[in-house]
Write a protein that binds this ligand. Structure first.
Ligand code: ADP
Ligand code: MG
Length: 467
């Protein structure tokens, strides 16, 4: 039996994060999951401490299959779990659960010497929304692709209000949430008196709906506004929620007028969020807007190295490089792969860790990565041409009427956005040079900002191509 407390904590950190973001509603998560304690591994069974028999049965009945699925996704298909009642989590920083989500940000009311007006009670928008204790600036590996976003995030923590708002956007799994949580940690350290509120936009939406039901609307409003710093993750969720947009607009203006730092993340730039009012787009774009990209090979290797420091087995550079070269688009997937490899190797310690073995253990993760990359420039050209009732040949031609030139630029823009192809590669697929593609890349967002129909078309095409 391997008594891997650290590993148990790591596995649970990733599995529970998946549950929180996926099958388990945030409210249920806070009610039932945040107090669970990953205790140890017994073979491939994760032992999780819960408070008592009641919690054990309830969670087992309600979420059992989801927990198993999440564990198996990250650690391998033979994984299972068992609850052990009688465990109330400790809050000492050294405890193994320190690597799982921190249970709570300091509640606002606990901040000493805070004026009464800033002590917010009965918060439907929970200030106890968890931030992950591992998501710090120190744990963030910086490279060319994420340096600007990282630096801007550091500045937001050091000099709140300087870059206002800070808007970070990019694909999934590449560090946006990590940076937001890091700002929370850093601000708490350097400016402990500031009231910092972090929430996902979905959380805010849920609280808004609750507040409407319970008629505690004023309380909801004050919670978005009575803060010194507001960090909202996945702000694209605001799209098409007009009532919430109204609230957010007012809160934004109030905070902005007082130079309170606002930090937003999204999977799109503001002008690409479908159904986002123009006045919010312009507010979001009036500070610093920065795209974060998936990290390059060296950073991916460094992330794996950093991660395996906590493991009892150290893989060779060759193995780490191999994994990092096969998973390039999503750091969450990259970390999951290393964890999966680690747990497998622990179970069969006598077998050497050859590249062939790694390949076979991580086969399904590599497949997943591969299939996430499959959009091709050809496909984009066909789709865009169909959408605008044109032929692909029109897109490839030199015809200049707006009805053809705009769709052509859209296709170039989407090819750059949705594929790994470089500007010159896309250029050759369109029979143009790289400068033409760069021009389309810059021009399409500008056109979309002025033309709502075009913006809708681009978002819809993007969604269809990704699905
Ligand atoms: P996003 O919010 O962009 O979807 P996350 O911030 O949730 O992505 O990141 C996914 C995982 O990858 C997290 O475990 C995070 O700590 C890790 N990660 C992403 N980028 C880095 C980085 N540059 N250095 C270290 N860890 C990273
Ligand atoms: Mg995120």
């Amino acid at each position: 039996m391997f008594n891997g407390e650290k590993l148990a904590a790591e596995i649970w950190a990733i599995a529970s994060e998946r549950l929180r973001g996926g099958k388990v509603h945030k409210n249920s998560y806070e009610q039932w999951f945040v107090n669970m304690v990953p205790l140890r591994l017994e073979g491939s069974c994760l032992i999780i401490g819960v408070a008592d028999d009641f919690v054990m049965e309830w969670v087992d009945n309600s979420f059992g299959p989801d927990i198993t699925e999440s564990l198996q996704d990250i650690a391998g298909h033979d994984y299972s779990y068992r609850f052990e009642p009688g465990h109330v989590p400790e809050s000492t920083p050294e405890s193994p659960e320190d690597v799982v989500e921190e249970k709570a940000v300091e509640p606002v009311a606990a901040v000493p010497e805070m004026p009464a007006a800033e002590m917010i009670e009965e918060a439907p928008l929970r200030d106890v929304y968890p931030v992950n204790s591992n998501y710090t600036f120190e744990n963030f590996v910086v490279g060319e692709e994420n340096r600007y976003a990282y630096t801007a995030a550091c500045r937001a923590a050091e000099c709140p209000g300087l870059f206002n708002p800070l808007y970070i956007y990019g694909n999934t799994g590449i560090g946006k949430t990590h940076l937001l949580h890091a700002i929370v940690h850093q601000t708490r350290k350097t400016n402990p008196r500031l009231v910092v509120r972090y929430a996902t936009c979905e959380e805010i939406l849920n609280c808004f709906v609750e507040s409407l039901k319970s008629h505690q609307y004023g309380s909801f409003r004050s919670q978005l506004r009575d803060v010194d710093m507001l960090l909202v993750d996945d702000i694209h969720v605001l799209g098409s929620k007009s009532q919430l947009q109204e609230q957010f607009f007012n809160a934004f203006n109030a905070l902005y007028a007082e130079n309170k730092q606002i930090v937003l993340t999204s999977d799109k730039r503001p002008s690409e969020i479908a159904g986002l009012e123009a006045r919010l787009i312009s507010r979001f774009e009036q500070g610093v807007t920065t795209e974060i990209y998936a990290p390059g090979l060296e950073v991916r290797i460094a992330i794996l190295r950093g991660m395996q420091q906590d493991f009892t087995i150290q893989f060779s550079d060759e193995v780490l490089e191999f994994i990092a070269s096969r998973i390039f688009s999503n750091v969450r997937r990259l970390r999951g792969a290393l964890m999966q490899l680690f747990t497998r190797v622990l179970l069969e310690p006598d077998m050497p860790v050859t590249i062939e073995r790694v390949e076979s253990i991580l086969h399904s993760v590599f497949e997943e990565e591969f299939s996430s990359q499959q959009i091709t420039v050809d496909e984009i050209q066909k789709k865009v041409a169909d959408y605008f009732n044109l032929h692909v040949s029109d897109l490839l031609s030199n015809k200049r009427p707006k009805s053809i030139a705009e769709p052509r630029m859209v296709a170039m823009y989407l090819a750059r956005k949705l594929t790994d192809s470089s500007f010159p590669q896309i250029g050759s697929a369109f029979g143009r040079n790289h400068a033409t593609i760069m021009n389309a890349w810059n021009k399409v967002p500008e056109l979309c900002a002025k033309d709502e129909d075009l913006r809708r078309a681009v978002s819809m095409l993007e969604r269809q191509l990704k699905s």
